[in-house]
Ligand binder design. Structure first.
Ligand SMILES: Cc1cc2nc3c(=O)[nH]c(=O)nc-3n(C[C@H](O)[C@H](O)[C@H](O)COP(=O)(O)OP(=O)(O)OC[C@H]3O[C@@H](n4cnc5c(N)ncnc54)[C@H](O)[C@@H]3O)c2cc1C
Length: 536
């Protein structure tokens, strides 16, 4: 599959697992040239995820913790594309179209699956529409921008107290490492920036961490987890333990027991689910949909397919599944690369027998918890250890220098408040509403058109009910076409899902599709004629 004479190893995923497999294969190549390495990844950079939460506060620069794959991998061919399909029979991977929509197919002799996992909100009403995941650089940047926007809005919102409360409440769901680190970093950031806004009293700001178990950080020893809980609470984080996030709307996080937290910012680091591409492959899967591997890290029953990192269910020497962490992904990558080389060149194979060096979690502002080689640290010593270890683990001295100087400057300078607006418009979006919620209110600005996907609502003016809305019906057209404010309120009678089309998109489409404008106008006139009163 490689060149006429050389076998080809294709690695899917450029996270810890994929990149470190490629690095180990490049090292094994040395002076030789007896196989090719291809790495396919969605982004053209590698993200050092343990530092991702620091992007929220801007304590390290946006691109300081990412490394371009081409700088890291000197001898591998890098394909920056989405993997779309894998044909295990034909041994071919197909990737998404680039500038020209022609199919792009890469054949392989050995396939390494290192696609990680995904945060999957399916089955949790309102989460796909309203919760922010936290997995990659785009997620971190989106959250940072969103939080700054919430502050900008809250600082000038003097009429609507409820809206102000929602804007200044930040909810994180998931008390594992990533959720705790996000909550800690977010808490530091919002409390520090609140003082830069004249219209905001820092006491109004709430950060809530929702976790389904007895205590946060279940991966750590109890005393360290309890230390983390006390510290977060002392710094103002509200803990909601033994409670599970069940659904969300654009204005509330709804917990399983029925409690509702008004918020415009909901981050969820759970649930972690198997990668959708792997779900569809006829390969053996175990707990959490992860690919079952042999101790050599071959996918069971597949001689030429290997799995590493978060998507693999590799077993540690004590018989438990290796946890989804960067340190395990790196060790698996080394073993996998060794065994691929052994099967190409001949030689003995290795088994994955890494026991883990320990765990560390940052708690923000000069605090962390760490359990390393059987020793426990908390507070400042753990924080110092955390920073030193991760700094030294960053690939390349250039990055280390950048991160170290960002951290140093961060000690003296206030947090940056720049909101980077990247897109002109949000385009067509889906929204979820719970019974009793208002989509918009009489007197609001008419900025969007809505199409009901499921559920029902009523159109209300004052005490009178003007109409009922159900699936397939359009509403919100009147104010949009006539450039007026909403003449009525739309209130949900049941849980309702809608498609929302912003004014600009509607204007663009209507300008080029005269039939669209005509049919919306027909709906409008029909309603006027039927009721002699305008719907919203
Ligand atoms: C916020 C956060 C903090 C963390 N902190 C720590 C920590 O302190 N210590 C620790 O050990 N671990 C930590 N982890 C966990 C650690 O980052 C993961 O275990 C590790 O990244 C797993 O590596 P991976 O290569 O298996 O998956 P990933 O790093 O998720 O990489 C998967 C790669 O595949 C790519 N990909 C996915 N689908 C496609 C597709 N269809 N086409 C092309 N490319 C695709 C993705 O873009 C990504 O680059 C943290 C994770 C997060 C999210």
């Amino acid at each position: 599959m490689g060149s006429a004479t050389r076998p080809r190893v294709v690695i899917l995923g450029g996270g810890f697992a994929g990149v470190y497999t490629a690095l180990a294969l490049e090292k094994a190549l040395g002076e030789r040239d007896d196989f090719d390495v291809v790495l396919v990844n969605r982004e053209n950079y590698f993200v050092f995820q343990p530092m991702l939460p620091e992007v929220i506060s801007g304590s390290i620069g946006l691109t300081d913790m990412v490394v371009p794959l081409r700088r890291l991998l000197r001898r591998s061919a890098v394909h920056v594309r989405d993997v779309e399909t894998v044909d295990l029979e034909a041994r071919v991977v197909s990737t998404s179209p680039g500038f020209r929509p022609h199919p792009h197919r890469v054949g392989y002799d050995h396939l390494v699956l290192g696609l990680g996992n995904v945060t999957d909100f399916r089955g949790l009403p309102g989460l796909p529409e309203h919760a922010l995941p936290f997995k990659n650089l785009g997620d971190a940047l989106r959250l940072r921008n969103h939080v700054i926007r919430a502050f900008e809005e809250a600082s000038i919102e003097n009429e609507d107290e409820a809206l102000r409360r929602q804007l200044l409440t930040f909810v994180v769901a998931g008390g594992g490492f990533s959720g705790v680190e996000v909550a800690a970093e977010l808490n530091d950031f919002v409390r520090e920036v609140a003082s830069s806004y004249r219209g905001i009293d820092p006491a109004e700001v709430r950060v809530v961490l929702v976790h389904s178990q007895e205590r946060i950080l279940p991966e750590m020893a109890e005393p360290l987890a309890l230390f983390a809980q006390r510290l977060l609470q002392k710094r103002g984080v509200e803990l909601r333990l033994r409670q599970r996030l069940q659904s969300a709307t654009g204005t509330e996080a709804i917990l399983a027991g029925g409690a509702r937290i008004p918020t415009r910012t909901l981050v969820s680091t759970v649930p972690a689910s198997p990668h959708p591409l792997l779900e569809s492959l006829p390969l053996p899967k175990g707990r959490g949909g992860r690919l079952v591997t042999t101790p050599e890290l071959r996918v069971e029953g597949a001689a030429d397919v290997w799995a590493v990192g978060d998507c693999a269910l590799a077993t540690t020497p004590n018989g438990t599944p290796a946890p989804p962490t960067a340190q395990h992904a790196i060790r698996q990558a080394e073993v996998c690369a060794h065994n691929i080389v052994a099967s190409i060149r001949g030689g003995g194979s290795r088994v994955f027998d890494f026991r883990g060096l320990g765990t560390m979690g940052s708690l923000g502002r000069h605090s962390a918890v760490a359990e390393v080689l059987g020793l426990r640290f908390s507070g400042f010593p753990a924080w110092w250890l955390w920073r030193t270890v991760y700094l030294m683990k960053m690939p390349g001295w250039g990055r280390r220098l950048k991160v170290a100087s960002s951290w140093t400057l961060d000690l003296f300078l206030p947090p940056d408040l720049v909101e980077l607006r990247l897109g002109g418009s949000k385009g067509l979006t889906r929204e979820h509403y719970e019974p009793g919620e208002e989509v918009f209110r009489e007197g609001d600005i008419g900025d969007s058109l809505y199409i009901v996907l499921s559920g029902e609502a009523e159109v209300v003016r004052g005490e009178s009910i003007l109409a009922h809305l159900g699936p397939g019906e359009v509403f919100g057209e009147m104010a949009l076409i006539e450039h007026t404010t909403r003449s009525a309120t739309v209130r949900c009678l049941s849980a309702m899902d809608v498609l929302r089309m912003p004014q600009q998109e509607f204007a663009d489409l209507a300008a080029h599709l005269p039939d669209l404008r005509a049919s919306v106008q027909k709906v409008m006139e029909g309603r006027r004629g039927a009721r002699t009163i305008e719907p919203p």
